[in-house]
Structures are given as structure tokens and as C-alpha cells.
Design a protein around this ligand. Structure first.
Ligand SMILES: Cc1ncc(COP(=O)(O)O)c(C=O)c1O
Length: 413
């Protein structure tokens, strides 16, 4: 199998480094995907489950733009809805009625939702959810999970993160995932001062195995929140629509007060949403919160088309099944070469790690070898399945992965 050459990507990166801090910021920064020489840096086009880099290399994409792509790049129904709306009205002085229709659709689809609010990024919405929790309760503290990520705002960074000050974290208390006793303790220690509890439906730290909720965890959290008047917030920005279209809480069987959606809501168009219970509607109305582009109608049209399509095809079922096929094949291939590939998380959003080497360098090497043969795998982060990942894609990916395991075996014995 031919391995890829990234000459043009690297040339562009030299130019980028002159005028952009880091060259490429964020999750495709060259300090993230290691070894950097195995990864493309700039994309030219994308279609379905694939993208092509500036050197013309083709990749089956298992990162899906880190979550937004769920129906395949360039999905015809979603793109048509957005493009038609762009021609009529997009960023206007007042909102279009699409805002109402989209809120109605979310209220119909998400069992806990009685209202919806729209912004752009996930972080807009997680921050808004904590403000509503504080307004509704008149309390200060937000309990979050160690290693949990809710966006780039200073309140949710780790203490010491460059650009933050100690005070940013004063009212955020971090506890371990699945540690209900710690939650109970923190609530007792801060009696009458805990406004909200925020967590993802299951734990997705980077460079670590992902962890599902233990039996009864969410039920106990929900019960304590109800008893103590704490607002229960699910950050479904990453998981949303890949487990259950009514919110990932439905998959795990509990009812939060607020759910944050973003990534897969519009198959890549810029929109995020907060939905909430009837009790919090008036409180949300009292927290003024807005942004320059938040009335944009085209992303709302895209979101409506995307949600309808996800519902029509029962998208989570497809992604869970395709993920299962991929993971069964990958773990068998690893085993046949003498490696142990551990899978955690859910099949539609799995985290993988070769356990034979605790430093994870072997795992990084394998992900790099796969990527430079056309299966784009990140080594530090959960992957994402989409409904566009076909049996052919999975078959080709398994061939690539098998060859990459062979390379590792020859190199390391
Ligand atoms: C669980 C979770 N919450 C919040 C965010 C922040 O979303 P955004 O980057 O759109 O602000 C992310 C982004 O990766 C996320 O994965």
C-alpha cells in the first residue's frame, strides 16, 4: 500500500507559521497529532465520509471535523436547505421564523425540552447554562468533572491554564467521574451554595480511556439534584445525536434540567442550542445573552434539515452498528498481530488505545501509520462515526489497519 506524501501541506504550514500563532491553532495543531509527519495539515475538499488534503491524498475520516459531520460531508438535503436560505435571508436585523420552527422541532424531539435557545459554539451554550443555573438558584458554585471539557471560557479551564487567573476557578468544584460519594460530600460541604452540576453523558477525557456511567450513577445524581434544588446540566455537545436523538440522557435513562447541543446539530453549519425544562424557561428569559450572528437563518435551516434526516434514518442505530463492525474488525486485527487494542466509550464515539505500551507511543505510531495510508485516526481523542461510513469504508479501513499493525510488529517485534 502506498504511503502519503504531505509536501504541499508542509509548505503551507511554513507560510501559516509566519502569520498565525501555532501555525494551525486548535485540534489540528501540529503538536496534537504526533508524529506530525504522518498527518495532513490542510484540507482541500470533503465529500461523504472522506476528505482530501492539499496534496490530493484521500482519507476516510474518523474524526468527522471533531464531531459536526454526522450525515457525511456535503449532505445534499442539508446543504440545499442552507444554500436556499442563504439566498433569501441569513444574518438579518431580526430573526426569521426558522428560529421558531427549529425550537418547535427540538421541543417535539427532545423529551425534557419545553424551549430552546440558539447560539454558535458549544462554549456559548455551556456558559449560558451555568448562568441560568445561578440565576435560577441564587447560588454560586458549579460542580464539574475533573478532565471534563466544556469549552474555552476561563471558568472551565484547569487552574494555571495560560491566560486565566485563580479567581476564574473560585466557584467551580471539580470531582472525579462516577464518584457519587464525592458529589454528595461537595453538596454537603457547600450546602445551599451549589447552583449546578455539569457533565457530559459519559466521560471523554483526552489521552485516557473513556468511561460510561456506572450502574445507577446518573439516577443518584438526578435524585440528589432534585432534592437539593441543583440544576442538572448535560453537556451533550460532543455526544449529542450519536446515541439517542432525544438527548444522550435518554440513552442512559435520566432527566436533566438543561441539555447543551452543538456539534452534530446541523452537520457542520454554525449553530448550538440549549434546551430546558418548563421550570427554567422564565429564568432563561431573565439572563440576557446574545451574539452578532446568533439569528443566522441558514444554519437554522441546516439544523432543521439535519435533524429531520437523522430522525428519518434512525441515525444513532446506523452509527452504533457501523462503529461496532469497525471496532470488532480492528480489535481482531490487533490480536492477530499480537497487540491488545482496548476500546472504551460507545461504538458511535469510541476511544481506542493499544495497551501494550503505557506511554501510548506505540498507539500514536499505529494511528499515524493508518492515517498516512488513508484512514484518518487521532491517537489522543475519541473518534466519531457518521451515517456516511459505509461497509466499503470499513473494509478498506480494516485493510489499512492490518497493514499498519504489520509495520509495527516488524519494527518493534
Ligand atoms: C463536551 C464538549 N463541550 C463543549 C465543547 C465546546 O464546544 P465549542 O468548541 O464549539 O465551543 C466541546 C468541544 O469540543 C465539547 O466536546
Amino acid at each position: 500500500m502506498r504511503t502519503y506524501n504531505y509536501e504541499k501541506s508542509q509548505g503551507w504550514f511554513k507560510r501559516a507559521a509566519e502569520v498565525l500563532p501555532c501555525g494551525i491553532p486548535g485540534h489540528m495543531s501540529p503538536v496534537v497529532n504526533i508524529p506530525v509527519s504522518d498527518y495532513p495539515l490542510f484540507t482541500e475538499r470533503a465529500q461523504g465520509s472522506k476528505f482530501w488534503d492539499v496534496d490530493g491524498n484521500e482519507f476516510i475520516d474518523y474524526m468527522c471535523a471533531y464531531g459536526p459531520m454526522i450525515l457525511g460531508y456535503g449532505h445534499p438535503a442539508v446543504d440545499k436547505a442552507a444554500l436556499d436560505q442563504y439566498k433569501v435571508a441569513n444574518c438579518t436585523t431580526g430573526p426569521t421564523t426558522l428560529m421558531v420552527e427549529l425550537a418547535e422541532y427540538l421541543v417535539e424531539t427532545v423529551p425534557i425540552a419545553r424551549w430552546a435557545f440558539f447560539a454558535k459554539n458549544g462554549g456559548d451554550i455551556t456558559t449560558y447554562s451555568t448562568m441560568i443555573a445561578r440565576k435560577a438558584t441564587g447560588r454560586r458554585k458549579i460542580v464539574a468533572i475533573k478532565g471534563g471539557y466544556h469549552g474555552v471560557a476561563p471558568w472551565m479551564q484547569s487552574p494555571g491554564h495560560p491566560g486565566t487567573v485563580g479567581e476564574d476557578h473560585t466557584n467551580v468544584i471539580r470531582i472525579g467521574w462516577n464518584d457519587f460519594d464525592a458529589f454528595e460530600r461537595v453538596v454537603a460541604e457547600n450546602d445551599g451554595d451549589v447552583a449546578g452540576f455539569i457533565a457530559t453523558p459519559y466521560h471523554v477525557p483526552v489521552f485516557q480511556d473513556n468511561a460510561l456511567p456506572e450502574n445507577g450513577y446518573w439516577e443518584k445524581v438526578e435524585r440528589l439534584c432534585k432534592k437539593k434544588g441543583i440544576v442538572l446540566i448535560v453537556d451533550d455537545i460532543r455526544h449529542g445525536f450519536r446515541l439517542n436523538l432525544g438527548g444522550s440522557n435518554e440513552y442512559f435513562g435520566f432527566k436533566p434540567d438543561l441539555i447543551c447541543f452543538c456539534k452534530a446539530l446541523a452537520n457542520g453549519y454554525t449553530i448550538s442550542a440549549l434546551v430546558g425544562t418548563g421550570e427554567l424557561k422564565n429564568e432563561a428569559a431573565k439572563v440576557f445573552y446574545t451574539g452578532s450572528y446568533w439569528y443566522q437563518a441558514a444554519p437554522m435551516a441546516a439544523a432543521l434539515a439535519c435533524l429531520k434526516e437523522l430522525n428519518r434514518i434512525n441515525a444513532p442505530k446506523i452509527m452504533l452498528a457501523q462503529g461496532e463492525k469497525l471496532l470488532t474488525g480492528l480489535t481482531a486485527s490487533a490480536k492477530s498481530h499480537g497487540f491488545d487494542l482496548k476500546v472504551t466509550g460507545s461504538p458511535s464515539m469510541p476511544y481506542l488505545r493499544i495497551t501494550n505500551d503505557e506511554s501510548q507511543m506505540l498507539h500514536q505510531e499505529w494511528c499515524g501509520e493508518c492515517t498516512k495510508r488513508g484512514a484518518f485516526f487521532a491517537s489522543h481523542h475519541n473518534w466519531f462515526m457518521s451515517t456516511a461510513h459505509s461497509d466499503n469504508d470499513i473494509e478498506k479501513t480494516l485493510e489499512i489497519a492490518d497493514e499498519a499493525f504489520g509495520v509495527l510488529k516488524r519494527r518493534h517485534g
